[in-house]
Design a protein around this ligand. Structure first.
Ligand code: NAD
Length: 271
C-alpha cells in the first residue's frame, strides 16, 4: 500500500477544521501531519477534540509547520478552514514552501483568487479552492444551469448560522457566477423599482442576479435558487444538516491536488 498523504489542517479547532482532522485520521490513505490554530497552542489536537491523544501538539505557526513539511520526501497537503482575513496569506505561505493547498475558507475576493492562481502557476504547484465541498451543492448548481435554459427570472437566498463572517456566502456567489457565465440576460425589470430600505432587494451579483443573506442561530448552511415564470415557481434547495457532508469532497480534493499544476476553483471541476 502507498504512503498515506500527510495533511496539515489549518483552523483545526474550528467547526470545519475538527471534522477534517477526524476525517484525515480515519481515511486509510491520508494522515494528520500537523494541526494549526490560533487557540490552545501546544495542546494535543486529539485531546482537544476529545478523541484521545494523537501525539500531535497544536501549532500556532503555519510557517514552522511548512518549514518542516518542505523537508518531507512525499508531497504534503494543507487544508485551510480558517477566516477570510487569514486564508490568502496561508495559501501563499503553503505554496512558497512546496505544500499543496486545499481551501474551503470563503470570502476571498476575485482579485485575490486571480493572484493566488498566478502564484500557484508560477510555482508549478496545484491548489483547489472550493466555496462548497458538498456534492449536493454541485448537483444543485448543475440543475440551476439546466433550469436557466427555460427560466429568465431567478433569485438566490442563502441562509447560514450567525457565526459566519462573510456575506453573501461564497457558494451563493459561485452559483450566481455560474449562471452569469451562461451569458444570458436574467431578471429584465418589469417596473421602475424603488428601494425604500437599502438592501431590501438583496445584493446584485453578476447578470443582475440578486442574493439575499439570512443569518440566524440554529441554521447551518442552506441555499435556495428560485426560478420564476408566468404561472410557475421552480425552487432548488440544498440543506446541510451535518458538516460531514463536506468530507467526501475535501478528501477528493486532497487526493487530487498533488497531481495538479494549477489552481482549480470549484469542486465540480474535480468530479
Ligand atoms: P470557525 O470559526 O468555527 O473556525 C475557524 C478556525 O480557524 C478557528 O478555530 C480559528 O481559531 C482558526 N483561525 C482563524 N484564523 C486563523 C489563523 N490565522 N491561523 C490559524 N487558525 C486560525 O469557522 P468554520 O465554521 O469552521 O468555517 C471556516 C471557513 O470555512 C469559513 O470561511 C466558512 O465560510 C468556510 N466554510 C466552507 C465550507 C466549504 O464547503 N468550502 C463549508 C463550511 C464552511
Amino acid at each position: 500500500m502507498s504512503t498515506p498523504i500527510p495533511v496539515i489542517v489549518v483552523g483545526a479547532l474550528g467547526k470545519m477544521g475538527r471534522e477534517v482532522v477526524k476525517t484525515v485520521q480515519q481515511a486509510p490513505d491520508t494522515t494528520l501531519y500537523a494541526a494549526v490554530d490560533r487557540k490552545q497552542v501546544g495542546e494535543d489536537i486529539g485531546e482537544a477534540l476529545g478523541l484521545g491523544a494523537f501525539e500531535i501538539p497544536i501549532s500556532g505557526s503555519l510557517q514552522e509547520v511548512c518549514v518542516a513539511a518542505a523537508q518531507e520526501k512525499h508531497p504534503v497537503v494543507m487544508v485551510d478552514f480558517t477566516h477570510p482575513q487569514a486564508v490568502y496569506e496561508n495559501v501563499r505561505m503553503a505554496i512558497a514552501y512546496g505544500v499543496y493547498a486545499v481551501v474551503g475558507t470563503t470570502g476571498l475576493s476575485p482579485e485575490q483568487i486571480e493572484d493566488l492562481a498566478e502564484f500557484v502557476d508560477k510555482a508549478g504547484m496545484g491548489a483547489v479552492i472550493a466555496p462548497n465541498f458538498s456534492i449536493g451543492m454541485v448537483l444543485l448548481q448543475e440543475a440551476a444551469i439546466r433550469a436557466s435554459q427555460y427560466f429568465d427570472h431567478v433569485e438566490i437566498i442563502e441562509l447560514h448560522h450567525n457565526q459566519k463572517a462573510d456575506a453573501p456566502s461564497g457558494t451563493a456567489l459561485q452559483t450566481a457566477q455560474r449562471l452569469a457565465e451562461l451569458g444570458k440576460t436574467f431578471n429584465l425589470p418589469q417596473v421602475q423599482e424603488s428601494e425604500h430600505l437599502t438592501g431590501a432587494r438583496g445584493a446584485c451579483a453578476g447578470a443582475d442576479i440578486r442574493i439575499h443573506s439570512v443569518r440566524l442561530p440554529g441554521l447551518i448552511a442552506h441555499q435556495e435558487v428560485i426560478f420564476g415564470a408566468p404561472g410557475q415557481i421552480y425552487t432548488l434547495r440544498h440543506d446541510t444538516s451535518d458538516r460531514q457532508c463536506y468530507m467526501p469532497g475535501v478528501l477528493l480534493a486532497i487526493r487530487k491536488v498533488t497531481q495538479l499544476k494549477r489552481l482549480i476553483y470549484g469542486l465540480e471541476k474535480l468530479l
